[in-house]
Design a protein around this ligand. Structure first.
Ligand code: GLA
Length: 728
């Protein structure tokens, strides 16, 4: 609910458990006053300090800090007027509440869908020099989420250049929060999402990207929290940028307390606004939890599931296909007969869908050629994609395929015909990464060509799933189609181009399951989830490493969006061997699929996979909609976690590695007054479905804990299904 006191200019955004309160000072500056547990008062008043009108701007918690006029913290907003002035003096002009949550033209944003009571607050700030900034605040009450974005308008009569524009700035006044920790999620290829937690220091700290995509190095999601915050206690603020390009999220201790800023990275950003033109920022989403990190994650997960994923996929109780992806089974080495043998084995294991990964198009026998030429290689597929699809369908499997639409190989017909369509700086060597260049997606005619090729492919046969990959960062970023003064727009226009094509794709093929990917998780963000309901999380399919990657990703993202596949042992990347149950535990905690050469399996081995597939069919709705509990964080040897219904009536508990040592695992979601039936499967023990239910009291599970068996070996696995049977 949004409450406005238009006389005293106080604005309060209330969700079920939280409040975000702002006020306007005597000079018309919009001040942040409070973001914390629900705070309702009559008359409307902030619990935070009232600022003396004489307070220096440097000590004011401004919702939209203006550079050049006394706020000396790292400036994000940099409007350069035609006069050369880089300063803004924005004062409150108007406020308006609108039912439903705002949308952003051409940009992903959390949706109103499924959010009763969603509202928007629009606050307009004006600078007499000819600048208007409209701050958009979205309230999703049931998910305890506040979103922000801004529209910057040139309301003057000469062009101006935005050289930096934040999406949101959030101050944390010192009086309430004497110290904070900053948690970021960092890594590298195959090691995405490692949580890094450290006390927030004076001076700017943060994460970001200048690689054109978020990259493996950092995810555009951070947490600020009480230094003592744990999974179950302490104040936490989670902040995600709904954006898939260059970004900056920075935090610093300030004389006031702390400041968090999120937005497009200012490096190589310069956006010209002619009089009357507007620039819309990407969105940022915030969640506050007074009860630790688990509750913060649950709120993010709920909001992503309900309000971010494409509406077609928002009903997570509807079955999602169990797929087999050909990549780790074949890489580039296959023909149609081999694919059909693989598909037949996938069918025997219980799969619904077969995905043909890289290597299917003209001349593509390695990663050195052919990107951009999206027609089948008839040496491998004599009947083309349609011929293969028809044969896959006749095995009783749906068909999916891999593409990398933004990429072009120097050795391709597309590049030979249009060398200027690749991002390149005239006169400089163009950097190839994985032997490929990047198409200039800021250009409509380039997107149009790819669109035509994609629609030809998707119209040729019933393709039910599309994996959209992007295997490099951007470099040599310069567009042959833009004048010198507009080159600072290319990075952002590129992202808008990707969004444009994905939007068109999902509009034209509403039933197509789109899975994004970027060498694993290099573009794993809320922006991409607006178009495709799942993203391949990491190329690392080793179960032990995957526990850490999925653990880190779970702070923001729900399991139902994390691409996760059961793969072979020894693992291709690490050489390690993990048990079937440990690999299944990891894959079942994501979108669940297979990625291995099942033709090497005996009939009995294939049969042994079926109970796990059946488990996913039986409990997939719970796994996709439940709350994640990070019970034993990964320590390099194992981990334990659970996915539980919100009311605690049902759960799946997973454990893998050396944590299976006879210990007891307290389950915080178990209801003390209830009794549960516990059905456990583990390495060396029963399989799912062939298990014997054991009764257990909720109070005991909650306090003493669930008994985990002692299982020898480095990577045993454990999967238990718990169901409330009756009250004690
Ligand atoms: C990337 C993806 C993989 C696979 C290969 C194909 O690395 O992350 O899953 O699709 O490309 O080249």
């Amino acid at each position: 609910m949004i409450r406005c006191d238009t006389n005293n200019l106080i604005f309060a955004l209330h969700t079920v458990h939280t409040s975000y309160i702002m006020g306007v000072d005597a000079k018309g500056r919009l001040l942040h006053m409070y973001y914390g547990p629900l705070y309702e008062s009559d008359p409307l008043a902030p619990p935070a300090p009232v600022y003396d009108p004489g307070t220096l701007p440097d000590r004011l918690p401004q919702e939209w800090p203006c550079p050049g006029l006394g706020d000396n913290h790292a400036p994000f907003f940099q409007p350069e007027f035609a006069s050369g002035v880089v300063a803004a003096d924005l004062r409150f002009a108007a406020a308006e509440t609108v039912p439903g949550k705002y949308t952003l033209p051409g940009l992903p944003a959390f949706r109103t869908t499924g959010a009763p009571g969603a509202e928007t607050l629009r606050i307009t700030l004006k600078d007499a020099a000819g600048l208007t900034v409209t701050l958009l605040y979205g309230v999703l009450p049931g998910s305890d989420m506040i979103t922000r974005a801004a529209v910057v308008e040139n309301s003057g009569d000469a062009p101006l250049v935005l050289r930096g524009v934040p999406t949101a700035v959030l101050d944390f006044p010192q009086e309430s929060f004497p110290a904070l920790d900053l948690i970021t999620f960092d890594g590298a290829w195959g090691a995405e999402f490692t949580p890094c937690r450290a006390p927030l220091r004076p001076g700017v700290q943060g994460v970001g990207s200048v690689g054109g995509i978020p990259t493996h190095a950092h995810d555009p999601f951070v947490v600020l929290c009480d230094p003592g915050a744990t999974e179950t206690a302490g104040a936490c603020w989670g902040a995600a940028l709904v954006y898939s390009g260059n970004y900056r999220i920075q935090a610093e201790r300030t004389p006031l307390g702390a400041r968090l800023s999120l937005g497009i990275e200012p490096f190589r950003f310069a956006w010209t606004l002619k009089p009357g033109e507007r620039f819309t920022t990407p969105e940022a989403a915030f969640v506050y939890s007074a009860d630790g990190l688990a509750a913060m994650s649950h709120r993010f997960h709920r909001a992503i599931r309900r309000h971010l994923l494409p509406a077609r996929w928002a009903d997570l109780t509807a079955p999602r296909p169990v797929l087999l992806n050909s990549w780790e089974a074949c890489y580039f080495d296959f023909d149609e007969a081999k694919l059909l043998r693989l598909a037949a084995a996938a069918k025997t294991a219980g799969c619904d869908l077969f995905v043909l990964d890289d290597g299917w198009f003209k001349g593509r026998d390695s990663d050195t050629t052919s990107l951009g030429d999206w027609v089948a290689d008839t040496r491998k597929l004599p009947g083309g994609v349609a011929g293969l699809c028809q044969k896959i369908n006749s095995l009783g499997l749906a068909f999916g395929i891999w593409v990398e639409p933004e990429a072009v190989s120097p050795d391709s017909d597309l590049y030979r015909a249009h060398p200027d369509w690749a991002l390149h700086i005239p006169g400089r060597e163009t950097l190839a990464i994985r032997h490929q260049y990047t198409l200039d997606f800021s250009r409509a005619e380039v997107r149009e060509n790819i669109w035509r090729q994609l629609t030809d492919l998707l119209d040729s046969c019933p393709v039910r799933y599309l994996k959209w990959d992007m295997n490099r960062t951007l470099a040599n970023v310069y567009s042959a189609a833009l004048p010198a003064a507009r080159q600072g727009e290319v990075y952002h226009r590129y992202v808008l181009g990707v969004y444009d094509l994905q939007q068109k794709l999902t509009d034209r093929y509403p039933d197509l399951l789109l899975e994004n990917c970027s060498s694993g998780g290099a573009r794993f963000d809320c922006g991409m989830l607006f178009y495709g309901p799942q993203i391949w999380l990491s190329d690392k399919t080793d179960a032990l490493d995957r526990l850490m990657i999925q653990y880190g990703a779970s702070f923001c993202y729900p399991p139902c969006v994390m691409g996760a596949h059961f793969s072979t042992v020894p693992n291709h990347a690490t050489g390690r061997t993990a048990s079937v149950e440990a690999r299944m535990a990891a894959a079942l905690s994501g979108t669940f699929g297979f990625e291995l050469d099942l033709t090497a399996y005996t009939a009995a081995e294939l049969e042994a996979l079926r109970p796990f597939v059946q488990f996913y069919r039986d409990h997939g709705a719970l796994l996709r909609t439940g709350n994640v509990y990070r019970l034993l964080p990964p320590d390099g040897a194992g981990a334990a976690w659970a996915i539980a219904a919100a009311d605690g009536s049902e759960a799946v508990v997973f454990a893998a590695g050396r944590v299976l040592n006879g210990r007891r695992l307290p389950l915080p979601f178990a209801q003390p007054g209830s009794r549960y039936a516990v059905c456990a499967a583990y390495t060396g023990g029963a399989r799912p479905g062939a298990w014997q239910p054991e009764p257990a009291a909720g109070a005991r599970l909650r306090v003493q804990g669930l008994h985990l068996p002692a299982v020898p070996g480095d990577m045993p696995g454990y999967i238990a299904w718990l169901k409330e049977t009756d009250a004690e």
